[in-house]
Design a protein around this ligand. Structure first.
Ligand SMILES: Nc1ncnc2c1ncn2[C@@H]1O[C@H](COP(=O)(O)OP(=O)(O)OP(=O)(O)O)[C@@H](O)[C@H]1O
Length: 251
């Protein structure tokens, strides 16, 4: 359903041009979960922004359902059913959760906001009339953002580090939510993540390093690599083993 062909992204750095992405090629199929992972600064978020139309590639082409969308902007892509969930979702002071979900759905008359909140593990009674402001925790906000994506009935949803800023307990529930919504809605999901729990949801894992696709592989292989690296870890007594792939230890 989505094809990135030889995508390059070069930006103007302070002194010279920076090659952020080089020759990135991969294809996403319908109704699958893809996890994009790899070292910090490798280019994962840049790929998400290229898919969304926030960045336009310097070279290469993007096709969505057979249509060339390389030069379409974020609004045009959103209209085609492509959506992006930010690392830190914005808060909307003065808007309630109910209003936000209705806005996201584009005023769909048959929208069941209670069901949507249930699907992301929130009790509708407790949340519908709450303002989307700083009183919501990071985990609650992430769930509400996922609910807005469900309300939009997207064909392709890209989540950039959904684990960012939320505690481990909330995150475990969030990972379950991804699994659940994938079973219920026909949305292709791309999740940028370092988390094993998210990797376990993947139908395919795309490894990005140094602005390139270093490997397209299975979760089994990536998880086995993590276990092996953990076993080799020199400081395994003190690092948060298993909590994050990029825990501060020498690997
Ligand atoms: N607009 C920009 N201008 C200059 N440099 C940029 C720009 N966008 C990204 N970069 C650089 O490109 C590299 C890749 O960034 P990107 O955010 O895509 O990496 P990432 O893999 O998502 O990293 P992380 O895991 O830390 O979020 C980084 O070195 C970043 O500083």
């Amino acid at each position: 359903m989505l094809e990135l062909k030889n995508i390059a992204l070069t930006v103007d750095g302070e002194k010279e041009k920076l090659d952020i992405l080089k020759n990135v090629t991969f294809t996403l199929d319908e109704n699958k979960i893809y996890v994009i992972t790899g070292p910090n600064g490798g280019g994962k978020s840049s790929i998400a922004k290229i898919i969304m139309g926030i960045y336009l590639p310097t070279a290469g082409e993007i096709f969505f359902e057979g249509q060339d969308i390389t030069h379409l902007d974020i609004t045009q892509r959103a209209k085609m059913g492509i959506g992006y969930a930010f690392q830190n979702p914005p808060r909307f002071k003065g808007i309630t959760v109910r209003e936000l979900l209705n806005l996201a759905s584009g005023g769909k008359t048959d929208l069941n906001v209670c069901d949507l909140l249930m699907d992301v593990g929130l009790c509708a009674q407790d949340y519908l009339e709450r303002e989307v402001n700083a009183s919501l925790s990071g985990g609650e906000l992430k769930r509400i953002e996922i609910a807005t994506i469900l309300a939009r009935n997207l064909k392709l949803a890209v989540f950039d580090e959904p684990e960012a800023g939320i505690d481990l307990w909330s995150f475990q529930r969030l990972a379950e939510t991804f699994g659940k919504i994938h079973e219920k809605y026909q949305t292709t999901i791309v999740i940028i993540s370092h988390q094993e729990r998210i990797l376990k949801l993947a139908d395919e894992v795309i490894l990005i390093a140094n602005g390139e696709v270093s490997e397209i592989t299975t979760k089994e292989k990536v998880l086995a690599d993590i276990v092996r690296r953990d076993a080799d870890c020199l400081c395994s007594q003190t690092c948060e083993k298993g909590v994050a792939i990029d825990a501060q230890c020498s690997r």
